[in-house]
Design a protein around this ligand. Sequence first.
Ligand SMILES: Nc1ncnc2c1ncn2[C@@H]1O[C@H](COP(=O)(O)OP(=O)(O)OP(=O)(O)O)[C@@H](O)[C@H]1O
Ligand SMILES: [Mg+2]
Length: 443
Amino acid sequence: MAYGQFEQFIRNMTRVMGAVNTKLQRDLTLRTRVARRFSMVEVAQLLSVDTTYLTRISGEDPAFPEGEKQGRARTFSPSEIMLIRAIIGSNKAAKRPYLHWRQDGTPVKVVTFGAQKGGTGKSLSAAHFAQYVNLHYGLRVGVVDADPQATVSLYFADANLPLFAPDTPTLADFMGVDQPGAGEVNNRSAAELDAIWQNTPWPGIKLIPGGANIQNGDISLFFMSQQSQVPVYRVLRDAIATWDSGTGPKTAVNDLRNSDGAFNTAKYEQALNETVDVIVIDQQPSLTLMQLNGLIAADNVVIPQTMKGFDLATLATYVSNIGEYLEFIMGFEADIEIGAGEHMVLPTIVQEQNTQDTDQILDLYRKAPREVMQVWYARSDAIANAAEEYKSIYEYLPPKTRRTSAQAFMQNANAVNDALVQRIWPDLPPKDFAKQFIEERWS
Ligand SMILES: Nc1ncnc2c1ncn2[C@@H]1O[C@H](COP(=O)(O)OP(=O)(O)OP(=O)(O)O)[C@@H](O)[C@H]1O
Ligand SMILES: [Mg+2]
């Protein structure tokens, strides 16, 4: 029997790839995950407190972490920053909240990053958003990698996370559509769903890793849509609701102290991991049934989008395809409420040197001021470099020659995320990163 050249080619490549060490660079990144540390001044900025106040608390509260001494200065990891936030936030004298955890009864928020075009910065925007709300507000985040490429997973995985292992559950398992050929959704219990989340080195950030199995989800959903009346567009939405009903917040910030006022570290650790406050979904660049589920589950949709003419053409098809899907869903289920929060297009990889990109943003913004953000991600050399090692700008330790551009890009990421937070959580206290960005570019 002859299978032709292609079969031979695939067989050869399978053999070669089996012998190639793809793990080397990966292992290096995973071992040095979140190596960045923050100075007392930086921690004070993240918490929006005076450095003197922070120093005083560090002397007064025995639970306050030592940090690491670098010369006379002390530096802190993201985990230590979260602990400090909890110590200050649970202090009876605290005048405002520091740990912005959701309260019992508030449903988990779902924010989806998606676009039709490949390579527009979806994964990086999603990773930065998750880390920003963690560092700046202490939020516990569940990152869902909805892409078989597993890009966003690479920003969170450390050596302990079984990424790309065939039996590591993915979004398809969480949705109960991991068995192509099954006639129905496999409805898992809240506890079973909770066990699918993997821990990451970030404090209170969990991950459902991406993987090839996500494609099985599409096959399953397709057959279910043919066979029965399964509402195949809301499987994720329903799975999240089931998970949330059993694993919502139980511990309040006040519960983190014993009756004698001492900080209860064990209780804090448990509370940090008992639930998440927001789920961030990173979509793959196509509108499959799995991706449709990511949109229908979302309270807020963010479309990271490059501004070139051809790229905008894909935005046009993306939104019109979603429109058709929505029409179909409304016909199926007229009273479903989809996406109750704010939604926005986030311009990305903007070339600020020539005015073509920024003119395009201006034009779009004038036509749709609610839909198009005034803050964007500029093209940056620093991040291209950081992303080579799959490090976000919040954990990247730049070489000396790139310190300035890395600093500038972190300011940029802060501005974008501050703007997103203001739209997504109007009740959270804003920072002035977005305001500053807008003053600089729009005056
Ligand atoms: N602001 C930026 N400046 C320069 N390079 C960037 C910027 N944002 C993203 N990139 C680079 O562009 C590439 C694509 O980014 P990313 O993986 O986040 O996009 P994506 O939209 O998720 O891609 P995919 O469609 O494959 O899922 C990466 O190499 C990333 O480092
Ligand atoms: Mg991606």
